[in-house]
Design a protein around this ligand. Sequence first.
Ligand code: MG
Ligand code: MG
Length: 260
Amino acid sequence: MIFIKTEEEVEFCRLSNLLVSRTHAMLASEISEGVSTNYLDKLADQFIRDNGGIPGFLNYNGFPKSICISVNDVVVHGIPSKYVLKDGDVVSIDCGAIINGFNGDSCYTFEVGNVPQETKKLLICTKEALYKGIEKAIVGNTTGDIGFAVQTHAESNGYSVVRELVGHGVGKNLHEDPEIPNYGKPKKGFNLRDRMVIAIEPMINMGKRDIYVEKDGWTVRTRDHKPSAHFEHSVVVRENKAQILSNFELIEEVLKSKLN
Ligand code: MG
Ligand code: MG
């Protein structure tokens, strides 16, 4: 079911997404070689609770941790563990937080130390593809317009688009209709309407698009074990330009200050 939000509900979504982005910004200063993904999960869980939120992913369909941490060839749904980050890893952190009953949902892919140039390019292209999709998230367009924009950008750069996992409406429920695939055809799919809140989240592989799910029932990996990147914003559909509710600037300020 598609839920068109009231303006008040949009503001609740903005609050929860802001907390998600602040959590990402906090993690940005902690992510480095030698840190375990379990440790990052604990920090995120505490930060969300200390700031009046509830971790949105904990126990969602039985997910055992508060954030998803997907390293290198893990596409999504990586479970935080004893794994210790090492130089050259790329780490997607998908985070959800609930405030006032509304879910925020955003993902950012971080670099640990010296990442190979070709992997950096994958990350840049995936983030660009996200913004190409967001440009299409306006009243009068369709979910197919978004998917087409994402897919065209990724594939024209030689990458492939994961098909099995898609973006979605988001609000009182973490996953609401409509689905927002990262592939598609212009003018196809669902019509976008004012005050729809949707999560757009390209998952782009350096190699082939094929994936598999590990025996733990969660961890999604690329079949060729080449890296994958994942960037996600929650946005509200508007007449001329979507408003982005999550905030990468908060994250990137911290990343910049780490370089100095
Ligand atoms: Mg997410
Ligand atoms: Mg999502």
